[in-house]
Design a protein around this ligand. Structure first.
Ligand code: SF4
Length: 446
């Protein structure tokens, strides 16, 4: 935050009237400077000062909402350049591009691939959020495709510089669609189309300098729901512009560039889907807010969505899975129960090995703070009482008649205490490494 408490204090009447809820004007000013209070709490600061201050204390990058209802997603709002500085707040979206020039069969194949990308990874649903439709020549078909995209729950992106085509498409696109959009020659008309539809307007220009000028012009026309195209002529230009735009916004406090960005990898590497996938991974890191490809299938989605999830999670919060009883390999009434922690990495390694064993089993995951087995145990979050209480609360004894409870080998020390707390259960010490689980479970089953 650039504004200091003393600067805010100078704008107050210094009467210490306490109407803002703080004992003095200075105390109030210091809270505003740290973001703990808002300037409008003091009724005696002039509207001009409030406006100036609101502008000065605004985050360097605007938050822009796209999509309607349950599909609404926020882009931008970043305050740092790198994940390790604090955290990145708005994950990038992936988009694929259709066109009215494509045949029905081509559209059907693309849609079928998209539908197969819909899976849960560490409590987050993974799917392609945005589908762009590029206008080629047939307005009716173009509008029909945009409507189809909206009807199937994706965020439509209308890709055309033709104002009339954009106007026709936006009428069927739902709220907060993206119109890609505005160029130097049509900016005023496209702003009117976007304003009327409450759409997000994509801005494109021949160079980064021209982009800055065009954004300034559009802001003067009173529209600030924008997304900036980083360029389509070369990898070097797009990457350099993406970094420069974000750096200017975050470090240079350049509010003109304080908008999310869009990268058309399919224009930078036309016809080369492997290069588009590689570029998409680059722009997840630096700094594509929406990344467009010709198509995406399940094989391409797995690494891209995994990378995105790693980059856009808070590094200060451990990745966790939901504490509950998980079922594997058609576990039934007599299947044993394994127990481990809720740290996502541990869960996925253990779950993978249980699946590999083909042995029916339950996996009990208590709330262990999201740490690894030994760390949770050392922190007192994965002790015998925690495990015993969880087994009782979840009524595990009603799920299976087996009374075999398998502990991770690394916390074998809990065996005695747990046997006392759960006297009807046989507490078995499992292997120390997850990879030993398949043989262990098969032996147990035999
Ligand atoms: S309401 Fe305004 S004038 Fe009164 S104490 Fe707060 S800051 Fe000072």
């Amino acid at each position: 935050m650039a504004v200091k408490g003393l600067d805010i204090f100078k704008l107050t009447p210094k009467s210490n009237c306490k109407e803002c809820g703080f004992p003095t004007c200075m105390a109030f000013s210091m809270k505003v400077a740290t973001g703990a209070a808002t300037i409008d709490k003091c009724p005696y600061i002039s509207d001009e000062s409030k406006e100036a201050l609101t502008e000065a204390t605004a985050p360097p990058m605007k938050s822009i909402k796209v999509g309607a209802g349950e599909a609404e997603i926020t882009l931008g709002g970043e305050t740092v350049l790198f994940r390790h500085e604090k955290k990145l707040v708005s994950k990038n979206l992936f988009a694929v591009e259709l066109s009215d020039a494509m045949s029905d069969d081509e559209v059907a194949v693309a849609c079928e691939k998209l539908q197969k990308i819909n899976y849960n990874r560490i409590s987050e649903m993974m799917f392609v959020e945005v589908v762009g439709v590029r206008f080629a020549a047939d307005t009716d078909r173009f509008v029909g495709l945009v409507k189809k995209v909206n009807d199937c729950g994706k965020i439509p992106m209308i890709i055309t510089t033709d104002v009339e085509a954009a106007k026709a498409a936006v009428a069927v696109a739902g709220e907060k669609a993206i119109i890609m959009g505005a160029v130097k020659d049509n900016a005023a008309a496209m702003v009117e189309v976007a304003k009327a539809a409450d759409a997000v307007l994509g801005v494109s220009a021949d160079s980064i300098e021209a982009l800055h000028d065009l954004v300034t012009e559009i802001e003067k026309l009173g529209y600030k729901k924008l997304i900036l195209n980083v360029g389509e002529t070369s990898i070097k230009e797009a990457f350099s512009n993406a970094v420069d735009i974000r750096t200017a916004a975050i470090k240079g406090n350049d509010h003109t560039f304080g908008y999310p960005s869009i990268v058309f990898t399919n224009k930078i590497a036309p016809g080369d889907i492997n290069m588009q996938i590689a570029l998409a991974s680059v722009f997840v890191l630096r700094y594509g807010s929406v990344i467009v490809m010709d198509e995406m299938d399940f094989n391409a989605a797995l690494p891209l969505f995994g990378l995105r999830q790693n980059i856009f999670t808070d590094p200060q919060k451990p990745m966790r899975v939901e504490p509950k009883i998980y079922e594997f390999n058609k576990a039934g009434k007599d299947s044993p129960v394994l127990v481990t922690v809720d740290f996502a990495l541990t869960y996925f390694v253990v779950a993978g090995e249980i699946e590999r064993s083909k042995a029916p089993a339950y996996l009990a995951i208590p709330d262990a703070g999201g740490y690894s087995v030994l760390t949770s145990w050392a922190a007192g979050k994965f002790g015998s009482t925690v495990i015993a209480n969880f087994i009782k609360e979840q009524n595990v004894a009603d799920i299976t008649t087996s009374r075999k409870l398998i502990l991770p080998g690394k916390v074998a020390v809990l065996q005695g205490d747990l046997a006392e707390l759960l006297p009807e259960w046989e507490i078995i010490v499992g292997p120390t490494e997850a990879m030993q689980l398949p043989k262990f479970l098969r032996d147990l089953e035999a």
